[in-house]
Design a protein around this ligand. Sequence first.
Ligand SMILES: C[S@@+](CC[C@H](N)C(=O)[O-])C[C@H]1O[C@@H](n2cnc3c(N)ncnc32)[C@H](O)[C@@H]1O
Length: 307
Amino acid sequence: MAERPEEHPAAPPICSYEGSRYSTEFWTQARSYEDAVERVALKAMLPPSGGTLLEIGAGFGRLAELYTGYDTVVLLDFAHTQLAQAVARLGEGSSDGNPRFIYVQANFYHLPFVAGRFDAVTMIRTLHHATDAPAVLRGVSDVLGPAGTFILEFASKRNLKAVARYLLRRQPWSPFDPEPVEFVDLNFDFHPRWMWEQLARVGLRRDGVRTVSHFRIGALKRLVPTRILVGLDAAAQVTGPLWQLSPSVFVRSVAAADKPVPTEGSFFACPACGAALGAPPETQFHCECGHKWAQKDGIYDFRYPEP
Ligand SMILES: C[S@@+](CC[C@H](N)C(=O)[O-])C[C@H]1O[C@@H](n2cnc3c(N)ncnc32)[C@H](O)[C@@H]1O
């Protein structure tokens, strides 16, 4: 459902998962193949350990188990109900070998963090909800620290099924046109070449590509055991740097090594004015610009300021 803050009528609309049954209705047994191959790609591309990791559009924290090598993991989503499920599943985490989890309700166009704060950022199945993907990528580049890693999954418009449908005149848009296509309200497919250009524009250097979900075909998934399809997909994923014809693409890019290192201490920044917010309070941040941001039931809310 599209949501737009009343006080910001010009702001890009948001594809809200508030109240949705995404974890149980989308991630059914029928998608165990997609879940498994995405884990294969993420595990292969993400540095196994580090200090701070941010997942943007984390939903209910489906992939959080892959972040156990990080000290602090921030799960960010617009939807409170998604994060509440993540809190129930993962809790606060602990400092004795497991990550400490921080839950943040925010809009990916206004990330509430100090510049350069993260060693790694991931964004899986989320950028396709952005009407202004370049703006989101600018924010990602901003919060990444020196030589920080960004793992992005995006829905590719130049996939075999779209090519066949286009050639058979069963689809009006061309999979070869580099511009994003909004095939359903607030759902975009991107051309890999367009995405490479956007990453370069925000100063991120592409250093790895995996093509994912080559066998996302209902009949195949029903007939062939999932573990065999996953093995075949894992083998096909490594052809990613050569060609991209799968519906899902994972790309790893890296921030410049000479970016300024953020000063110790500050973590959150006010999404309204950008000022660093200092140590997290019990219930509410008070920014010097006058905005207040609440923390309730373990979730920081940076979507709309407190009255
Ligand atoms: C398809 S789900 C992906 C969840 C998770 N990454 C996964 O792969 O299971 C997309 C998520 O993006 C979130 N989202 C959509 N627009 C957003 C925005 N403007 N800011 C933050 N999160 C957003 C939705 O609430 C939803 O939880």
